[in-house]
Design a protein. Sequence first.
Length: 241
Amino acid sequence: MSTQSATDVMTGKEVTAGPIVLLGSPGAGKGTQAKIITGRYGVPHVSTGDLLRDNVSRVTELGKKAKAIMERGDLVPDDLVLDMVGERLVAADCDKGFILDGFPRTTAQAEWLDRFLASRTFAGRFLPPIVIKVQVGYNQLLQRLTGRRTCPACGRIYNVYLQPPRREGFCDVDGAPLIQRKDDSEEVISERLKTYERQTLPLADYYRRQGRLYEVNGELPVEQVTAEMHSLIEKLRAAHD
Ligand code: AMP
């Protein structure tokens, strides 16, 4: 990750990213975008799915409770997720902001985040979340999810149909064998997409009512989606200065 922070082109001042929320269906590309954006603003990528998977693989108390729920494609109960996120967001590396991927996922989680942000400053300022929804059509989502492979060593994400590694089954960066997430099997994917429609779509309305929802077309090439996100973030944060 680059430590170089972005500066505003008009003022030359460093951009404080503050809290950024990426919304969108599983497979919309939130993780891919979050990994790129973090480098530009020097803030961490906080993926609740990654945090939960890490707990599952370390067989922590939380991991034991979450494992079966995640394998079915359901949501882990709020009390477990909120404690985990609360702990993560007070870490020192979140001082200038963070990129939330996979959180909030329910309106109750979004309300919790609003309360959390009301008592939290970034580089000395209160900043509201910038909420960006990444939109991708259903067929494209299916192809992305069934084809998704991840490098367990460096976290890089590939797709066997759309962005295959140079050597089939192995990471381009470090040569580690790629893995397929257990919940990226077809039956679980359809369950996850249903859960998304039922529980996470209402979140878009929640943020729309607050006038905070911005949408980007996630079917565009990765670099174009990133460019749109950067320009949105910089415009909105400049408006706060
Ligand atoms: P993801 O990597 O974001 O697709 O998340 C994988 C799985 O982790 C989901 O299908 C849920 O079971 C669980 N999960 C991730 N984030 C949350 C959250 N904010 N609330 C509840 N469950 C979550």
